[in-house]
Design a binder for this molecule. Sequence first.
Ligand code: MLT
Length: 247
Amino acid sequence: MRPLVSLEFFAKDTLKAVQRRDAVIAIDVLRCCSTIVTALANGAEGVIPTKTVNEARRLHKKHPELILAGERRGIKPRGFDLGNSPLEFSPQAIGGKRIIFTTTSGTKAIVFSQKTKWVLIGALLNAEAVAKAALKIAEKERLGISLVLSGREGKHFSLEDFLCAGLIVESLPTDTVELSDAALGSWLAYQQSRGSLYETIQKGYHAQYLKSIGFGEDVRFCSQVNVFDIVPICTNGTIIPLDLNLL
Ligand code: MLT
């Protein structure tokens, strides 16, 4: 039987994917998942997602050697080392280090998904790599695949996440999977915008907001397609690069 690819529009619906026991790809293009992919590609040892700023601060108090990073309303919280701009996560800043990370919706979606065994992190930056890894896992373990969009603030539809889901669907050979209507819809939307992806994403609510607070360059960076081969996986509360040779 071919794996069924489902799509959930909001982080709060992660539970549905967990109940199906699907392999989850958590998607947050602007900017949480793009930042995690970039951090690991630039040599971070691991990323520890937390739901709240207080949780992150408490953990950092216990482990002050770790980097404390994240955002609320797009801005670095008081006392944090780094915000949520992928451009801040250079090899010099985070190479060889572990990062405690909290964002408005992305890290919540990841933490909620942890009840299922396979939680991969997807963005436009690593869409093809994460699609291929998820397919291998789904075939080997006889699972479905759930694309879980974190959405804005976990509850509003997010255009860039939907388009990213579409690119992931496109990267799965059509004869290897079944698509839910929502997954098929994301693919159709991606096909429509592939030639003008950055321009399309730029029109979205969160891209406009990020631009208004000075993070327009992040939108451009996060709109790049298949720049990294890295597939982040969340296991035992930490996100690390998946060893693709083990699949
Ligand atoms: C989030 O997780 O809500 C986003 O990454 C917000 C942001 O762009 O900083």
